[in-house]
Design a protein around this ligand. Structure first.
Ligand code: SF4
Length: 255
């Protein structure tokens, strides 16, 4: 049976920290457990990718990306670009997601200046294939007010609002720095001690409101139009990804 050391020998062994595991040996173990995918490491040669993919077959994220790419191929990207807040750029469309620009071609291939992890690929392809229409309304609603939001309300609280509140309780200044890096803007909003407005995707205006103290609370609100651009499962996926990025950065702070 293949062990982590055999995987490790095939990796760059630089511990560059670009993958979520931050070291090559941790990546090796996570890969064998099915918690890391080859796309997480931007430095694998084609030969290494082929060898490693024979050791562990494709995981659900890789298969989902391939399925979504097939759906995106059927769309006329140039036609839907204006309604989803994308810009045409040569043969591609450009979408800003979490503060970075991504270029998507008609085959659903995504390019950017840095590394793209499977989370971003799934998110962008979901967003494109939904091909939503409409303009943000400026009216803020809770998750449960979105289409089918009531069914997933408890999951949203448990997996998104509560963990984000815990991160704010640990270090609000650091969380703010990271949110600003993702394109968020700090604003004044009613009685919130910390309020951030941002568009993790072009047509997904999001408001994060945190009140500190013993009776503290955290609410995430969305523009009324949001459910035309992402379904509620995808919105949870989006927020979980943001929380994962924040908590990963918090736990590696100062290393
Ligand atoms: S991104 Fe690749 S090279 Fe860098 S630490 Fe992770 S596995 Fe190692």
């Amino acid at each position: 049976m293949t062990g982590p050391l055999e995987i490790y020998r095939k990796l760059p062994k630089t511990n560059c920290g670009r993958c979520p595991q931050k070291s090559c040996i941790a990546f090796s173990a996570a890969f064998l457990r099915g918690e890391a995918v080859l796309d997480d490491c931007p430095f694998l040669t084609e030969e290494t990718r082929n060898r490693l993919s024979r050791i562990r077959p494709k995981d659900w994220r890789t298969e989902l990306v391939e399925r979504l790419k097939e759906e995106v191929k059927r769309l006329d990207l140039r036609k839907i670009a204006p309604s989803i807040g994308a810009e045409t750029a040569g043969d591609t469309i450009r979408i800003t997601c979490l503060g970075n620009d991504y270029f998507i071609d008609e085959d659903g291939e995504i390019k950017t200046s840095g590394h793209i992890n499977p989370y971003i690929k799934i998110l962008l392809l979901h967003y494109i294939r939904t091909a939503g229409r409409g303009r943000p309304t400026g009216k803020w609603v809770s998750f449960s007010e979105l289409k089918s939001g009531m069914i997933k309300e408890q999951s949203f609280k448990r997996d998104c609002e509560e963990p984000l509140k815990e991160l704010f309780e640990k270090d609000p200044v650091f969380v703010e720095t990271l949110l600003l890096r993702m394109g968020a803007e700090r604003i004044e909003f009613e009685s919130a001690d910390y309020a951030y407005l941002f568009n993790p995707l072009p047509r997904i205006p999001t408001l994060i409101l945190y009140r500190k103290g013993e009776a503290g609370s955290l609410k995430i609100l969305f523009d009324r139009i949001t459910d035309s651009f992402l379904d509620v499962e995808s919105i949870i996926f989006l927020m979980e990804g943001i929380i994962h990025i924040l908590s990963n950065a918090l736990s590696h702070r100062g290393r």
